[in-house]
Design a protein around this ligand. Sequence first.
Ligand SMILES: [Zn+2]
Ligand SMILES: [Zn+2]
Length: 353
Amino acid sequence: MPPHPETWLRVTPEGLHCLPGGFTVDPVRPVERAVVTHGHSDHARPGHGAVLATAETLAIMRARMGEGRAGAVQEPLAPGEAVVRNGVRISLAPAGHVLGSAQVCLEWQGSRVVVSGDYKRARDPTCAPFEPVPCDVFVTEATFGLPVFRHPPAAGEVAKLLASVELFPERTHVVGCYALGKCQRVVALLREAGWDRPVHLHGALMGLCRLYEELGVPLGDLRPATVADKAALRGAIVLAPPLAVADRWARRLAEPVVAVASGWMRVRQRARLRGVELPLVISDHADWAELNRTVDEVGAPEVWVTHGRDDALIHAMAQRGIRGRALHLIGLGDDEEEDAAPDPALAAEGAGA
Ligand SMILES: [Zn+2]
Ligand SMILES: [Zn+2]
């Protein structure tokens, strides 16, 4: 009988550690051997010895951390290919989260675990779609693991933005979005919706957009948003990091319409508190329905939940005969990325809505 995954995959202070393979998936502290699912800073940390990841994730890590800190040895692995480490077979499958994002599929002595990292099932023109891989244990996030979280089609949210631009042609629309993934997805969705004018970017967003383009994701005419030239930005769409949108930077634009693209915009109170006039529910994480559908599609009898609202998901899975286990991994979702947990009061509103 194949060994139960609990016997060879352990939660350590560094993260999810594969004992026979001698590596850790998405380690939160420097380790000798890391396997990294994607480039968000809660998953991809600096200072590891060897890093195995997709070529895109490795490029993103170099761009964000600098050549020297993104792993002393970088080991690119293409989705669909495999390597064997001390008898453990490692392969990667697309996670549909951001460019380069991958699920880590591990097989040891006939036992298979899939560590999905962060993922979504909605279409994203900037990255390969999630592929369900059958397994014995599926390791999932639960950032939006409450029934209240339903992400509407992103195209409809972008249509709201364009309708507002049409309605207020004198104002500057500034959209808060995270630098890795969300920003490029919003640009690509604007292009699909027919917006062929320039998209203006806060300086903090330009680098990763250029990298996406180098890696084969066309984004069209991108220009730096120079706040000094306020008049030129009338009627323009400006993308900026959420923090810049919240502070004085955005207020220097011409009568700004403040928008934020995030799954958390589903929680109305959160949008209100942040002074967001135009909340856009665009998320790079699975919503409640996607989480449950994915768990059913991979057919695992057991599911481990890394972070997020594990209680509701585990309860829902139990009703379908799936054994759930909360891993409470430390360090995921606690930084600037979208899976940062909202304030307890707002989570409570989400729970009650
Ligand atoms: Zn992520
Ligand atoms: Zn994350």
